[in-house]
Design a protein around this ligand. Structure first.
Ligand code: FE2
Ligand code: FE2
Length: 341
């Protein structure tokens, strides 16, 4: 047997530089202990959507219109929550390529993990209430045709969002990306808190409570990252953030309230049919707030975002739809839309 070598050879050749952006070289820098602590907490609070009491969601407990309304609402939610895993997975890869500190990457991974649970809730709810939903079924009645067609248009817009997001994630700085995410998480935590208290159904109550808790943690992650990113922002970046906040309102209003003008490419009958279907979901006891309650909830959530960003000298956009004054922002394009739940 040959002798085992014990002494390394010298005359080293330096390894070539790795072209960046790249996930290599590997390293585990920790700069923000608070983020590392949030990640630890997220691992301990994992839950399993399969363990929710699905037997209690009995399709025969609803009228066909109510079932359709429920499926429609989850199809709308899925536009936001079912895109979550892919959106945050991409952001996680981006964070690795940019060599963000380890807790940032891990927190992004934990959001991806949570979003997969939220996506699964959409999937399971729809499967129980409306097999084949959102789109793989043949509508018969006029109401069914309206729901099927609206969902098709909704996902057409989701597709535009995804194309824009793929460009945005490389184009914008972390401060811009995270402010947009923060707006989404603020919206999500507000929505699920409202619905958890409004629903008449124990399964949905349990689901919304858990999702709401996750969304609050996501908000905390965004806020912690932004506290590092916001100091020293240039005026140019501040302007981008102002535009992003308006884009967030335009995009997220579809699930929080009703879609405003700008970005949304929808046929003229969409909103009418959307209202009819949402009313059936409301009637089924899902916990969808009234038009006015939704507006008030959204106004309160936006006021919170506004108070946070103005502390850092970032101007807030005007949101005339909710009587909120601010800077005029027009011309929101698909690639301006970043936020997700
Ligand atoms: Fe979230
Ligand atoms: Fe979510």
């Amino acid at each position: 047997m040959a002798d085992k070598p014990t002494v390394p050879e010298g005359g080293f050749w330096p390894a070539p530089d790795i072209p960046q952006p790249n996930i290599y070289p590997m390293e585990w820098r920790v700069e923000t202990d608070k983020l590392a602590a949030i990640y630890e907490k997220s691992k301990r609070t994992v839950w399993n959507p399969a363990d929710l009491p699905w037997d209690e969601l009995r399709p025969d407990g609803f009228t066909p219109e109510q079932r359709l309304g429920l499926m429609y609402w989850f199809a709308v939610l899925a536009n936001f929550d079912a895109s979550g895993p892919a959106v945050f997975a991409r952001a996680t890869i981006h964070a690795f390529e940019q060599h963000e500190e380890d807790p940032v990457r891990k927190c992004f991974f934990s959001i991806t993990r949570d979003e997969m649970n939220h996506e699964e809730c959409c999937q399971r709810s729809i499967a129980r209430i409306w097999p084949g939903g959102p789109l793989d079924w043949t509508p018969g009645t006029d109401l069914e045709k309206a729901a099927h067609n609206n969902i098709g248009w909704l996902y057409h817009n989701g597709g535009r969002y995804w194309q824009g997001y793929n460009t945005a994630v490389r184009k914008y700085s972390l401060a811009v990306l995270f402010t947009s995410f923060m707006m989404g998480e603020m919206a999500a935590s507000t929505l699920f808190r409202g619905m958890a208290s409004g629903t008449r159904h124990p399964l949905f109550g349990e689901m919304f409570k858990r999702i709401g808790r996750d969304e609050s943690r996501h908000l905390q992650i965004c806020m912690t990252i932004l506290e590092n990113e916001w100091p020293g922002l240039t005026e140019d970046v501040k302007g981008q953030i102002t535009k992003q906040l308006r884009a967030g309102f335009v995009f997220l209003s579809m699930i929080l309230w009703e879609p405003p003008e700008g970005f949304w490419d929808l046929p003229p009958y969409f909103l009418h049919n959307h209202r009819v279907l949402m009313d059936h979901a409301r009637d089924a006891g899902l916990g969808v707030l009234s038009f006015d309650e939704q507006a008030e909830n959204w106004r309160v959530a936006i006021a919170r975002v506004r108070a946070i960003v103005e502390r850092w000298g970032i101007e807030f956009p005007a949101i005339p739809e909710l009587d909120i004054s601010g800077v005029d922002v027009t011309g929101i394009e698909a690639e301006d839309i970043i936020p997700v739940f």
